[in-house]
Design a protein around this ligand. Structure first.
Ligand code: NAG
Ligand code: NAG
Ligand code: NAG
Ligand code: NAG
Ligand code: NAG
Ligand code: NAG
Length: 678
């Protein structure tokens, strides 16, 4: 226990440090307009100097103490309200397991369990392949189990009853389980945002001891302010719907009724309050404070939290006694972990706000990963490029690799990539969602040398990213039996541990292999660049001749938008990309989910890592955190003249027009090719 506590305290310091990085954006569902003043991230395209290829092999340090993510779950059984939960599950259920330990000492969990939206998310979105075991950390476990079941049942009764058979409620408190589960919960404590017990401390000279109450901070992607430890003076301001000069420099103590949370925080910010403490009216639960619709476009920069009503505090304030507040986070056991379909213990990541949707997203990802594991177990000619190699700094990760002698015989090339962290827990993972690019050079003086073979975005502080990307059209880049590979992210990023396999295979769709088309030649088209008013003037029409033997011509482009001008371009604005062939055929790619509130959550089923730090949920310009940037492929055979000359020109638009930012233009990273098949 002592070592858990000291570790948890150290992690708490990391958690505090992290909050400095939380510069985020407010996005409203379905709306691509975007607030200015977004993240101050800098992502620049990378260049590659081939002269310094050197191999370095550093293995993941293997920690064997205790339970670590990736270890296999042991068998267990736990008494439940309906009987017993037995693991391993019967083999035909094919399910992942999520284990949740509730405690009413957490304002976050109180809200998770009382918010109708959160409970509906559990009922509506939990995949059919997930079982959830609910536990309580407290003495009141028997009562908590009945209460949790009642909370879910009352919502499920009006919705999807089917889910109930997969939810299991145990009346046995965690400390009495007598199995290994508490060991995981205790040793994986405070792994991030909304873990640990966020508290507010009230003190007054006349009280012998301070009053400690749980709190829930307003969504960090809404309010930019952060609490310091304090103490702050507390000042009563009624319901806070009107400005109140008495709160200047103090934390305003206001009731939840009368107007929106936004109105309260705004009027208190206008009154120069240092922060806002909203109390739930007696009998009401703590709520998730957020802005609604147009309110979200007004930036507020003081912190706010919700807590319970405390009669003693109000009495003291009304009697004119000084009351101070300070803010603390007491480390706690972890509230969630998962067991994937293969039995591996798994972290559940960060819950950005109190909603069971985060459980559903993690379970969706377990399904994705199971499918991926099945896919990569199929036969292929596999070439290992990086095997747990550290990628960091200007050099990134580099390797020189021998390819199979007959690569042009294959018509399928997949990149199987994984990014893990220096340690096994997500807390050891690098911050931010940076671009990772893979370059290949097989013949130093070939025009194909140092072209991009793949692109990914790092998963902000999560080490589970694992992806398969079909890059078959780029097989002609591998034009020699020995090739140098370089994988890089920004040189200032903390290290990632990269693994990369090339998977060569034959598609043989028709069952008649001789009908399969093979890419045999490539033309490099355009690269991206600074997305400013001159963006499109930099592109010139390209004339090209299609070799007479060509059976198919494909346009292949990997495009991603980054940076942040006053419109949020190009990460959070809707850009469109057009390749016009023979001045007639308009091939367009539009990033229409960029800037939407949940755009990237829709990609979890395709492998976007869920529950990262930061704002991984928001839709982005052609990419999501923790996922490959998908190649865009269009068959343009019917648009070109086989054996003769044709032309192509590219342009990129913002909102259907040439970009014209007034400040800090964003940029587009693009590699685009014409691919000829025979
Ligand atoms: C949780 O705590 C709040 C007050 O802190 C209380 O009102 C509520 O009844 C508790 N819920 C449960 C299930 O114990
Ligand atoms: C209350 O907080 C103020 C600062 O806001 C501080 O000067 C004062 O010493 C505090 N009083 C107590 C009893 O902590
Ligand atoms: C198991 O789940 C996968 C999807 O994750 C599905 O494709 C497969 O058919 C399932 N198998 C059984 C036996 O239900
Ligand atoms: C293509 O598929 C057919 C039918 O499934 C199989 O007999 C043949 O061996 C396959 N050829 C190759 C080259 O994989
Ligand atoms: C396979 O396709 C080729 C080319 O279309 C054709 O010549 C050949 O007869 C086909 N073989 C079979 C077994 O269908
Ligand atoms: C191609 O499509 C875009 C958007 O639909 C449009 O703005 C552009 O004018 C079109 N260009 C041509 C040459 O048709």
């Amino acid at each position: 226990m002592a070592s858990f506590l000291s570790r948890a305290v150290a992690l708490y310091v990391i958690c505090l440090y992290l909050s400095e990085f939380l510069i985020v954006a407010a996005v409203r569902e379905g709306n691509a307009k975007f607030l200015s003043n977004l993240k101050s991230k800098v992502r620049t395209p990378l260049t590659f100097d081939h002269s310094t290829v050197n191999l370095k092999m550093k293995r993941n340090p293997t920690q064997t103490t205790g339970f670590e993510p990736g270890d296999l779950a042991q068998a267990f059984h736990v008494k439940t309200l309906d009987g017993e939960f037995i693991y391993p599950l019967p083999s035909d259920t094919n399910s992942s397991v999520v284990i949740h330990a509730f405690t009413n000492k957490s304002g976050f969990l109180e809200c998770l369990w009382t918010s109708e939206a959160s409970l509906s998310d559990l009922v509506d979105y939990l995949p059919a392949t997930a079982q959830v075991l609910f536990l309580s950390l407290d003495d009141s476990a028997a009562r908590d189990a009945l209460w949790m079941r009642e909370q879910v049942h009352s919502v499920a009764a009006r919705r999807r009853k089917e889910v109930l058979s997969r939810l299991h409620f145990s009346p046995v408190p965690v400390y009495a389980l007598g199995n290994w589960i508490p060991g995981v919960l205790y040793s994986w404590g405070c792994n991030g945002h909304n873990y640990g017990l966020a508290q507010v401390l009230f003190s007054s000279p006349e009280w012998a001891i301070s009053v400690v109450a749980k709190r829930l901070d307003a969504r960090y992607d809404w309010l930019f302010g952060h609490w310091s430890q304090g103490p702050y003076r507390l000042a009563d301001a009624g319901n806070g719907c009107e400005p109140s000069p008495s709160v200047a420099g103090a934390v305003a103590w206001i009731s939840e009724d009368g107007c929106s949370f936004f109105k309260k925080v705004k009027s208190m910010a206008d009154s120069k309050a240092a922060g806002v403490l909203v109390y739930a009216l007696p009998g009401n639960p703590i709520k998730d404070m957020n802005c609604q619709e147009d309110e979200c476009y007004t930036q507020l920069s003081i912190p706010a939290a919700m807590t319970h009503f405390d009669a003693g505090v109000l009495r003291a304030l009304l009697a004119g006694k000084p009351v101070n507040v300070s803010f603390q986070i007491t480390p706690s056991p972890s509230f969630f972990f998962g067991i994937d379909q293969k039995g591996a213990l798994s972290e559940m990541g960060w819950f950005l706000y109190p909603s069971f949707r985060f459980v559903a997203w993690q379970a969706q990802w377990f399904d994705f990963h199971r499918g991926l594991q099945e896919h990569v177990s199929k036969p292929a000619t596999v070439v290992s490029v990086f095997d747990h190699l550290q990628m960091q700094g200007e050099d990134g990760a580099q390797a020189v690799v021998d390819l199979p002698p007959d690569v042009l015989e294959y018509d399928v090339l997949e990149l199987e990539a994984a990014l893990t962290c220096p340690g096994r827990q997500d807390e050891t993972c690098a911050h931010w969602d940076h671009t990772v690019q893979l370059f290949v050079c097989c013949q130093q003086f070939s025009p194909y040398c140092n072209m991009e073979l793949g692109r990914w975005i790092t998963a902000f502080r999560r080490g589970t990213g694992h992806w398969v990307t079909d890059v078959s059209p780029l097989i002609p880049l591998l034009n020699h039996e020995r090739c140098a590979f370089t994988m890089k992210t920004v040189p200032w990023a903390m290290p990632w541990v990269t693994s990369l396999n090339l998977r060569f295979s034959q598609s043989n769709h028709t069952g008649n292999y001789s009908e399969t088309l093979h890419p045999f030649n490539l033309i490099l088209l355009y690269n991206g660049g600074k997305f400013d008013k001159d963006y499109n003037t930099r592109y010139k029409e390209i004339q090209f001749k299609v070799p007479a033997s060509t059976k198919k011509v494909e346009l292949y482009a990997v495009i991603s938008g980054h940076g942040s001008d006053e419109y949020g371009c190009c990460e959070f604005c809707v850009t469109s990309h057009h390749f016009v062939v023979n001045r007639k055929f308009n091939n367009s790619l539009v990033f229409d989910t960029a800037g939407t509130a949940l755009g990237c959550t829709l990609r979890v089923v395709e492998g976007a890592v869920p529950n990262e730090h930061g704002t991984w949920l928001y839709g982005r310009g052609g990419w999501c955190d923790g996922q490959q940037v998908n190649p865009w492929r269009t068959d343009i055979t019917s648009q070109v003249h086989i054996g003769e000359s044709s032309s192509i020109i590219y342009f990129g638009l913002f909102d259907g027009r040439d970009p014209n930012p007034q400040k800090e233009p964003g940029y587009i990273i693009m590699y685009s090719y014409l691919v000829f098949y025979k």
